[in-house]
Design a protein around this ligand. Structure first.
Ligand SMILES: Cc1cc2nc3c(=O)[nH]c(=O)nc-3n(C[C@H](O)[C@H](O)[C@H](O)COP(=O)(O)O)c2cc1C
Length: 201
């Protein structure tokens, strides 16, 4: 009996250590280890990983369950490269990502489309981290390409987006190409927390 238990524990340990990215040990560790990843390996994502990421997007909470978002999933290298020029700077790594999820929403479908699309964006990032993948948010709203075209307009052109949609973010995702240290809790800005009233200690 004891040896069976020991064997089961050992098998579980081996399984977990070989699939360490498949398990969220706990949520606090996950949010601590999620750091923006701008360097990716060439490894593709599995279909299962892509589906898991999309489920996270589609399960995001939305105001009044309006689900005003639409997601464009890009794995075509040429399209990824085009997207990497969506803004003047801080987007070039999109071309090296295995996948980009372009988060768009319809402002006519919800007055809080920015909130809904932002929540979906971070849900995708947290799900990516849980899969052991790296990700980075690329801001599109209020941003411009090197030629001065609005990033939203540029992405519309590249992806053939319908006019009513606004492109909010691109989440670049791939296998991590570098190590990043987890968030250092000694940097937490506790002074930004106010008890019962602003300035309250
Ligand atoms: C709304 C928003 C927009 C961002 N836009 C970009 C961007 O366009 N390009 C980029 O490289 N990183 C972008 N980031 C990532 C931030 O730079 C990053 O989250 C921040 O520096 C903290 O670093 P960390 O994510 O590693 O903790 C964005 C993040 C947020 C939340």
């Amino acid at each position: 009996m004891f040896s069976t238990l020991l064997f089961t524990q050992f098998a579980l340990y081996l399984y977990k250590s070989n699939n360490k990215h498949q398990f969220m040990e706990n949520f606090s560790d996950l949010i601590k280890s999620r750091r923006s990843m701008r360097k990716f390996t060439d490894q593709e994502l599995t279909q299962e990983e892509v589906v898991t990421l999309l489920k996270a997007a589609l399960m995001s909470p939305t105001s009044k369950r309006s689900n005003c978002w639409q997601f464009v999933v890009v794995d075509d290298k040429e399209v990824l490269e085009k997207l990497s020029y969506c803004k003047e700077a801080s987007a070039s790594f999109i071309k090296d990502a295995a996948l980009a999820i372009v988060v768009t929403a319809d402002p006519m479908a919800s007055d809080v489309w920015i909130e809904d699309a932002s929540i979906a964006s971070i849900m995708i990032q947290l799900q990516a981290e849980d899969l052991g993948l790296g990700s980075c948010w690329v801001q599109l709203r209020e941003r411009f390409t090197a030629d001065g075209i609005s990033s939203n307009e540029y992405v519309h052109e590249v992806l053939d987006l319908p006019l009513q949609l606004q492109a909010l973010s691109i989440i670049a995702i791939g296998h991590k190409g570098m190590e990043r240290k987890p968030f250092d809790e000694s940097h937490l800005q506790w002074e930004k927390i106010h008890i019962n009233k602003y300035g309250g200690k």
